[in-house]
Design a binder for this molecule. Structure first.
Ligand code: GLU
Length: 491
């Protein structure tokens, strides 16, 4: 890279940032960090009508949560600021004036009503939509007349009527567009705000952006941008258009597959490191097999060459699996810290946490192995926290067992456990394993009945460890409650 790398993430606060937006941010960040360049955040807030309250905060919170720190932009500033386009309006006006003076742009006085009628006609005649250039060649007189009508005009770009605009995209190679397919697009709107096209290229130029890495949906905007760069004599940045992200089956992304705001992934208990790893593989890969890569490995290996041209598929199961891998890789302390806010939200777990951090710390290793999200932890651990278990009493009677054999199994267990001094997993196993033989049951039958009695579930973490953490008293109380339930069952 001969020119220093300066890349930007340029979100419009017209909605909450979803997976596609954040993947763009991540790729820009990885590219900057790989080359020791700068990662810039620029807020493209020129569409006043579509502004969404809270979107900017969600965007910045999302970046912070994922650890995508920015070198210039909101909150941190920088020498190319301001980084909000709404604070840079005079720059856009200046350039628009220059384009008009050079005869690369013109005032258009067409009313919204006229444009709508024109569009409807185009649709009817099955013509491609686009401005019909009525104001492109107004005479002096005609213009003077329009001005007198007190209409606030828009400014349109004078797109060349013929020829091609070609460029080399760093991902898709040679790309060409016919100029005749590009209409005279708006640069300045009648509300005085620039369009995306105008503001975007001026800022990329003024902020000395070296590479534009953005979603494929912007590919068709690139020839417009290049025509403007050419008209202004600015050197354009290099472009790289990232592949689309689709849901399995190549459908559009839905809530379940990636269309959720990034902040919801936090809410649902995904770890930022897992999220970064997962997002990095949406369109980029190290090779055709490596799935787990740390942040440092991603930075070290990231390259545009390994970005695919074909759409990436958002696989929710893979994200859940990956999150589980990251959860299991946490140390006990890290896991406790990560899960604490989620447990505190759960009233029962929160109470236990406040009253006995030790109890919670004993529980967590049993859950860490099985949870795929931090939200699931509270759910999986729930039976540790409740006083009374809720379950279907018939579950106490396992396969090929009767109410009597289940009752007997629990009575004898109760008696033996009552005599136990040390209530640790090993001691429990020493007592309970031989008991199955003594009772003429399979170990699975005895343990199954006990598991339901002490956890209320047929699937739970390993039985002896679970019982040890629950403690002697709680286990005996639960066995007694289970016996009550069995007595209540009609035979
Ligand atoms: N503001 C545009 C967006 O919302 C930026 C596109 C670009 O990167 O040029 O994605």
């Amino acid at each position: 890279m001969n020119k220093s790398v300066r890349v930007r993430y340029a979100p419009s606060p017209t909605g909450y940032p979803h997976v596609g937006n954040i993947r763009t941010a991540l790729f820009n960040w990885l590219f900057a960090r790989h080359y020791g360049g700068s990662f810039i955040v620029r807020i493209e807030d020129t569409d006043v009508t579509r502004k969404v309250e809270g979107a900017i905060k969600a965007i910045l919170d999302g970046l912070r949560w994922l650890g995508l720190d920015w070198d210039e932009g909101p909150e941190v500033g920088g020498k190319y600021g301001p980084y909000f386009q709404s604070q840079r309006l005079e720059k856009y006006h200046e350039v628009a004036q220059r384009l008009i003076a050079q005869d690369n742009a013109y005032y258009c006085y067409c009313s919204t009503q006229r444009l709508e009628e024109m569009r409807a006609e185009q649709v009817q005649r099955k013509q491609p939509p686009g401005y019909d250039r009525r104001c492109r060649n107004l005479s002096q007189e005609e213009r003077a007349k329009k001005e007198a009508e007190d209409i606030t005009p828009v400014v349109r770009f004078k797109t060349p009527l013929e020829g091609q605009t070609r460029f080399n995209d760093l991902i898709r190679d040679d790309v060409a567009f016919e100029n005749s397919n590009i209409d005279d697009f708006v640069l300045l709107k009648s509300d005085g705000y620039p369009t995306y096209h105008l503001a975007n290229i001026i800022d990329d130029h003024l902020m000395e952006i070296s590479h534009v890495l953005r979603a494929e949906e912007w590919l068709s905007s690139t020839p417009r941008h290049l025509l403007m760069y050419r008209a202004l004599g600015f050197e354009p940045p290099k472009f790289a258009h990232l592949p689309m992200i689709l849901a399995p089956g190549r459908a559009k992304l839905s809530k379940r597959h990636g269309a959720m705001s990034i902040t919801e992934y936090y809410e649902q208990g995904y770890l930022p490191e897992a999220m970064v790893n997962f997002l990095a593989l949406l369109g980029w890969s190290l090779d055709d097999k490596t799935e787990i890569l740390t942040r440092q490995e991603l930075i070290g290996n990231f390259s545009l060459e390994r970005i695919s041209r074909t759409a990436a598929l958002f696989n929710q199961d893979k994200l859940d699996w990956m999150n589980g891998v990251y959860i299991r890789s946490l140390t006990a302390d890290e896991f406790f810290t990560a899960v604490e806010p989620y447990l505190m939200k759960d009233e029962l777990a929160g109470k236990a946490l406040i009253s006995s951090e030790k109890y919670v710390k004993d529980i967590l290793p049993l859950i860490q192995e099985r949870a795929r999200t931090l939200v699931e932890v509270a759910e999986l651990a729930q039976f540790f926290f409740v006083e009374e278990l809720a379950y279907d009493s018939t579950l106490l009677i396992g396969k090929n067992m009767s109410r009597e054999s289940a009752t007997r199994a629990l009575e004898v267990s109760q008696q033996r456990l009552g005599q136990l001094e040390a209530f640790d997993a090993e001691s429990l196993e020493v007592v309970l394993r031989p008991l199955a033989v003594e009772l003429g049951l399979k170990t699975g039958q005895l343990f199954g009945t006990l598991r339901v009695a002490v956890t209320g579930r047929t699937a739970a973490p390993p039985l002896f460890q679970t019982m040890a953490v629950l403690g002697k008293e709680r286990c005996l109380r639960r066995i007694e409650a289970a016996l009550d339930r069995l007595r209540g069952l009609s035979s």
